[in-house]
Design a protein around this ligand. Structure first.
Ligand SMILES: [Fe+2]
Ligand SMILES: [Fe+2]
Length: 201
């Protein structure tokens, strides 16, 4: 009788244990390389709200919670129209100002990161530069999607007569923003929150 062997069979028990117990990034498609996770492994997500860290980490996490919440509300309103729950007037009245506010706040948040925090973090940890470059490129992609969303919202502002094609296009843009934000915010937190939590002062 012969036994087939796979590369897994060759891993040492210690390596298997390390793999099993190493915290893993929270997004299933995380783009963070294993060598960038040395701080994440020291301060994994289950400790981010611990007494020693929350006063340094919760501000950033709260901003992200609010971004996710606003994005979810916009998508729910759009779904409400698509499913027939909201008529055109209610859809517009619920969406117009909220989208403008969301876009404004996202641009402000990305500006603070690009011009202040990310360069500071790269000076502290040059070995994380490639990770922050991924996040910076996400901001550029998000800017393009937000420009598209703003144009669609401007058209919606002028569209007192129902325009189902516009609503479908706007819904798709919201879904695209949700996907990108979901990955971006998780990867950013996995990289940034341990820096904030572990730094002195
Ligand atoms: Fe960001
Ligand atoms: Fe952020």
């Amino acid at each position: 009788m012969t036994f087939s062997t796979t590369s897994d069979n060759k891993a040492s028990p210690q390596a298997l244990d390390d793999d099993l117990f190493a915290p893993s990034p929270r997004h299933p498609e995380s783009r963070l390389e294993a060598e960038w996770l040395f701080l994440f492994n020291k301060l994994p997500p289950d400790q981010w709200f611990g007494a020693d860290y929350a006063y340094k980490t919760s501000g950033w996490l709260k901003v992200h919670t609010n971004i996710r919440k606003r994005q979810r509300i916009l998508t729910q309103i759009s779904e409400g129209y698509q499913s027939g729950e909201y008529d055109w007037a209610k859809y517009r009245s619920q969406l117009l100002k909220r989208i403008n506010m969301h876009i404004l706040k996202l641009h402000q948040h990305h500006g603070v990161e690009d011009e202040g925090f990310f360069p500071e973090f790269i000076r502290m940890y040059p070995q994380l530069q490639a990770g922050f470059e991924i996040l910076g490129r996400d901001h550029v992609r998000l800017d393009a999607l937000l420009d598209k969303l703003q144009l669609q919202n401007d058209t919606l502002t002028r569209s007192e007569v129902e325009d189902k094609v516009l609503a479908v296009q706007l819904h798709q843009t919201l879904l695209d923003v949700t996907d990108l934000l979901s990955q971006h915010l998780s990867d950013e937190e996995d990289l940034v929150i341990p820096i904030l939590g572990l730094r002195q002062g």
